[in-house]
Design a protein around this ligand. Sequence first.
Ligand SMILES: Cc1ncc(COP(=O)(O)O)c(C=O)c1O
Length: 428
Amino acid sequence: MSVIDDILAEKDFEKIRKETETNYKEYLNPFALRMFKNAGLDVIEGRREGACVWDISGEKYIDCVTGAGIFNAGRHNREITDALKKALDVYDMGGWISIIRERGLLAKKLAEITPGNLKYSLFCCGGGEAVEVAIKLARGHTRKKEIICMENGYHGVTGFSLPATGREVYKKPFAPLTPGYIHVPFNNLDAVKSAITKDTAAVLLEPVQGEGGIRPAGDSYLAGLRQLCTENEILLIFDEVQTGFGRTGKMFCAEHSGVTPDIMVLAKSMSGGIYPISCAVFTEEISDFLYANPFIIINSFGGTSLACLTALAAIEYIEKNDLPARAEKMGKRFMGGLLKLKNKFPELVVDVRGKGLMLGIEFPEDSIGPRMACLLKKNGVISIYTFNNPKIIRIMPSLVISEEEVDFVIDAFDKSLKEIRIQEAGHK
Ligand SMILES: Cc1ncc(COP(=O)(O)O)c(C=O)c1O
């Protein structure tokens, strides 16, 4: 028996729970463990399938977190895992200092499916790294420095991406950060106009703010940004790390408004949650910078043979099953149910909003988000509040979710809101 056989053969879930909690406390991060428990996220993931995840004890939940959009094609998607298994039979990751056929094939596919004239791809592993590539490209191409970003935006926590994230709590302990990032209110074109200087390189935003509380950018705002950027020779960067690959009801969220950015950042569901990969896709016009600087991203593990083949299989799955259309259909069903809950619990539900299966439900105060997540778990649903805004619970299930599962989640919200109403009455 190998170490992996031993690990997978263990069936005593009390033993597994104890061992895992001890390892978190002793060797990983006891404070993260405490936070998971307080937020109703203390499920130790065992089986994963479709829209569901099972705790190691066998308790089944509908996963409305999906790692903030990693599992659009469903948990542990068999077609995508089989693709990786086949790839592993033939290849290792591939050397980064060599020419990789699979990388070219994936870049070509991305050029075909991304909107407008987005064409070239540079690959890395995580979303934050891909944001860094986008910022390097913008500064390199324009030879200007300033990046206008959005208050409450989230772009990761790595070197060039952390300063773009629009919440002080993530940044303060690590100052000084890379300078040149200016934050303005989201969905406010005048604020961007006022922030532009002769040194502005790019405007960076999420077309739907995820961690900022599921806030969609308005179509006319995006059109205004496009015009402003073009007139001032500034690049427009869309971070589609959460919104990409069908989540909002289109393959990419940019398609709703018809506005094409100069650079699009992709990660999370790009390879179905089976193997890490991310990228920045950009237009030919800005590729000139690569002529003198072909290695602006040197990344041993970015865009490996295995990652690219897995991503090609994930994209094939999303297209074959028309997951964007499914996200739109199930999103409408969700929205109908959530609006009924807003009418039923007007003192507790301030707003419901979102696009496709990227939905948020807003409560009147911060403490209700974490309490709701704990109650939802009791009622069979895994959920989490948005990081920059705990008043809002996100609903981001796999796009393969069925009608019955959508109704189950709505029912779980109904039951949980009833309990919150009782708790609130008790406090008065
Ligand atoms: C919009 C957005 N951009 C970037 C990132 C960073 O991605 P990663 O955690 O893979 O670095 C995230 C992560 O949640 C994200 O939501």
